[in-house]
Design a protein around this ligand. Structure first.
Ligand SMILES: Nc1ncnc2c1ncn2[C@@H]1O[C@H](COP(=O)(O)OP(=O)(O)OP(=O)(O)O)[C@@H](O)[C@H]1O
Ligand SMILES: O=P(O)(O)OC[C@H]1O[C@H](OP(=O)(O)OP(=O)(O)O)[C@H](O)[C@@H]1O
Ligand SMILES: [Mg+2]
Length: 394
């Protein structure tokens, strides 16, 4: 920031009217909705089609008997989505990489359609898809206010990012500057990745004077090129911002995002098989995601009885398992008689406590420790399923 403007800012009363502020430009990545607004009437129809809330409620295509799920066709989410499904034993079979459709052999009534993330949300709204896996940022941007979209699983543990406001790096006095203050000093134009979200966020924060630009990508290049003062874009590691000399603003996070499983409420209610498939997907996803954080530890321990071994195991903080350790006798034949001298202990421990658990096991006489990865941990019923049923009034 030029010294003069900095000085001007320091003496600026916060009640000063926006009209008297220095002009500030912010860069946003354009969505088809915004581009369509500025194009000829020929494209007005597509603009309506992408509006956050369809004017006319989409009918359910009654003749379709197969259930459809939309998966990201390209980009960083595509590969991770397929790998998550594979980890849930739901491998997607795509005969040809150029084909937009595929299937999941384990769920015969499920058809996979590879689509761009924003198209997945639009097609859920139009009734052409029943389920989808997309980032929460896209659900918020394109599905906002649409009652027909239901987030079935909100934390699939990949695609973590945040939609955030960032500005050029100014002298350290301004780093950590709050939104309110920044508002007065230098944003007059911004580039926005998520038009609806970015626009609403900044207006609500009082950035009424900001002019939004449309852009298709590489938003981080706008401020250094002098085309905008700020950007509203996705940030994950922060590398792109840093490499382009930009900084996030304190309090400038518009939305936190990660991959989600989304469904059409109408499909869940009316299309045969959707609720059952959603239940299976949800159960497998939950059970798998839960299992990735845990390990199964098995060890042998000398003891006089299962209870006595249990006392020792339960005296250790990291060996309590999900409900408690499973302790079973190890039978051996001695002097012609079946005898029990050792007990096998099975206990599920959090991955991050593995080494501590091993140390605790050894300290109470455990030996021959085996550690196994878990594929699934199924609970009695997942809270997300109960929530979904109650959200659907079922
Ligand atoms: N840097 C990132 N780290 C983690 N997740 C991200 C990141 N950027 C985007 N995402 C997530 O991935 C989703 C898809 O982004 P991606 O860049 O693959 O496609 P896109 O930007 O919509 O398409 P395109 O780049 O062709 O315009 C985003 O909606 C967001 O949820
Ligand atoms: O904080 P980081 O880890 O650096 O990630 C942030 C970048 O990732 C996304 O871009 P992407 O790579 O998808 O390119 P795009 O702008 O062409 O979509 C996003 O739009 C940012 O530019
Ligand atoms: Mg991208």
């Amino acid at each position: 920031m030029p010294a003069m403007l900095a000085a001007q800012f320091m003496g600026l009363p916060l009640s000063q009217s926006p009209a008297s502020q220095p002009s500030f430009r912010l860069g946003l990545r354009s969505s088809p909705a915004v581009r369509a607004r500025s194009l000829a009437p020929r494209v007005a129809a597509s603009a309506a089609a992408v509006s956050a809330k369809p004017a006319v409620e989409a009918p359910l295509a009654a003749d379709r008997t197969v259930v459809r799920i939309g998966l990201p066709s390209k980009g960083r989410m595509a590969e991770q989505t397929l790998s998550l499904l594979k980890s849930c034993q739901l491998s997607v079979r795509q005969l040809n990489p150029r084909q937009y459709t595929a299937d999941v052999p384990l769920i015969p009534n499920l058809e996979v359609w590879f689509q761009r993330p924003k198209d997945i949300v639009r097609k859920l709204q139009s009734g052409d898809l029943d389920l989808g896996i997309v980032g929460f940022d896209i659900v918020s941007e394109y599905g906002k206010g649409n009652e027909d979209l239901v987030v079935v699983h909100d934390a699939l543990e990949f695609g973590h990012c945040r939609l955030s406001l960032a500005v050029r790096c100014y002298p350290s006095t301004f780093i950590g500057t709050s939104l309110t203050i920044l508002n007065w000093i230098f944003i007059s134009e911004a580039v926005n990745f998520c038009d609806q979200l970015g626009d609403k966020f900044l207006r609500e924060k009082g950035f009424k004077h900001v002019r939004f630009l449309s852009a298709d990508g590489a938003l981080e290049s706008y401020p250094p090129m002098g085309m905008a003062d700020a950007i509203v874009d996705l940030v994950s590691s922060g590398t792109t911002l840093r490499e382009n000399n930009l900084k996030e603003i304190e309090g400038g996070v518009v939305v936190e995002s990660q991959a989600t499983l989304v469904a059409s409420r109408k499909s869940l209610h009316k299309r045969k098989g959707v609720l059952e498939i959603t239940h299976e997907l949800l159960e497998r996803l939950e059970a798998h995601l839960r299992a990735t954080a845990e390990l199964m530890v098995t060890a042998n321990m000398r003891g006089n009885s299962a209870e006595e071994v249990a006392e020792r195991v339960l005296s250790q903080t990291s060996l309590c398992g999900l409900q408690g350790p499973t302790i079973s006798p190890v039978y051996c034949r001695r002097d012609g008689k079946v005898d029990v001298e050792y007990y096998a202990i099975n206990v599920v421990v959090p991955q991050k406590l593995l080494y501590k658990s091993i140390q605790q096991l050894r300290s109470i006489g455990g030996s021959g420790v085996l550690v196994t990865k878990l594929t699934y941990i199924f609970d009695e019923e997942t809270p997300r399923w109960r929530n979904l049923l109650s959200e659907l009034g079922l």
